[in-house]
Ligand binder design. Structure first.
Ligand code: FAD
Length: 300
């Protein structure tokens, strides 16, 4: 497709608040929602790279704090969802498109009698975001199930990368560490062992109940900080008396202190001020430097 025709699909100056889990943030200069065509998504990304336009791919926006000033260039919301089950080369048995929701993938695997994804049943976001972040919960993570990914890379073109090259560690990957962000995760191939669907369901139900008990509802970004070695960010924030602390419309959850809730019309500025306040207070009172798990996106 001609670039001009492609660019006709772009929306100008669209608020990103409804595309992020915290329901806040400014506008994308240009927005494209990828819903049904891989071909068009790839063409769009390649055209934008070719024109030197900054590109940011978002899945569920569940781990990003978008600035009030918005994001320059092109933001792509990836909604391309597909799951294929089968016996694929190199011992993988599930291939998931990067825009597939993680919880949908988990439920589909359960119904196919494939175990190993139960931890992800209530982790918001997409396969692409989970691949980049090495999402994990309840002792499982992407590093444990991914075998290889397919990637479009501004520098190297189309590539298939084995999991070893992703350098996975706790909420870390070689992709996340790249400042240029000039790549698009297309697919992830997973290897999952067989399991009894009823047993898998029971484990999923346990994890869902545990989350309901310990994590607050409402608009948030999940855990704001990584857990420091041997401790919990939530415990540290609670220990310095910040549960319930509020700046503007952003509040440290009274239920779980590592969750910050958008209780009203929080701005990204409120949210970030709360992050900095918690980080500073914990540093001053305990000596521990909390490291952000969420990512700042846009003009800060
Ligand atoms: C209530 C709540 C609970 C949570 N609980 C957990 C938890 O238990 N464990 C956990 O690990 N996380 C948790 N999170 C955080 C979040 O769910 C994960 O980080 C998730 O993997 C983010 O996926 P996403 O699609 O929303 O990514 P986004 O936030 O949209 O993006 C994250 C990063 O990945 C990049 N990216 C996304 N898709 C692509 C792609 N296709 N190609 C290239 N780059 C891409 C983005 O540019 C960005 O850098 C929670 C969040 C919330 C709101």
């Amino acid at each position: 497709m001609l670039k001009a025709q492609l660019y006709d699909r772009l929306l100008h100056k669209q608020s990103l608040a409804r595309f992020t889990a915290a329901r806040l943030g400014g506008a994308a200069e240009w927005l494209y929602i990828a819903r049904d065509s891989y071909h068009e998504l790839a063409e769009m990304v390649l055209a934008a790279w070719d024109d030197g336009l900054p590109v940011r791919i978002l899945g569920g926006g569940a781990n990003v704090l978008v600035s009030d000033d918005g994001v320059r260039g092109l933001v792509i919301i990836n909604r391309l969802s597909e799951i294929i089950f089968g016996a694929f080369a190199g011992d993988s048995n599930v291939i998931a498109a990067s825009g597939t929701s993680l919880s949908t993938l988990t439920r589909r695997c359960q119904s196919q009698g494939l175990a190993g994804m139960e931890w992800a049943v209530s982790v918001p976001g997409t396969v692409g975001g989970a691949v980049v972040n090495n999402a994990g919960a309840h002792g499982g993570d992407m590093a444990g199930v991914v075998r290889r990914i397919a990637l479009l890379d501004a520098q190297h073109g189309f590539r298939v990368l084995p999991v070893e090259s992703l350098d996975y560690a706790y909420r870390h990957s070689s992709l996340k560490a790249r400042d240029d962000r000039r790549y698009l995760v297309l697919l992830a191939a997973l290897s999952l062992p067989p399991g009894a669907p009823d047993d898998i369901q029971t484990t999923m139900d346990t994890f869902i109940a545990q989350r309901k008990r310990t994590q607050p509802p409402g608009a948030s970004l999940g855990s704001i900080f990584k857990n420091p070695p041997g401790d919990y960010a939530g415990r540290l924030i609670e220990s310095v008396g910040l549960k319930g602390y509020t700046i503007g419309g952003a509040q440290v959850s009274p239920l779980h202190a590592n969750f910050f809730i958008n209780v009203g019309d929080a701005t990204a500025h409120d949210y970030y001020a709360l992050i900095q306040h918690a980080q500073r207070t914990v540093r001053e009172q305990t000596g521990v430097e909390l490291e952000l798990e969420v990512e700042l996106v846009g003009e800060w």
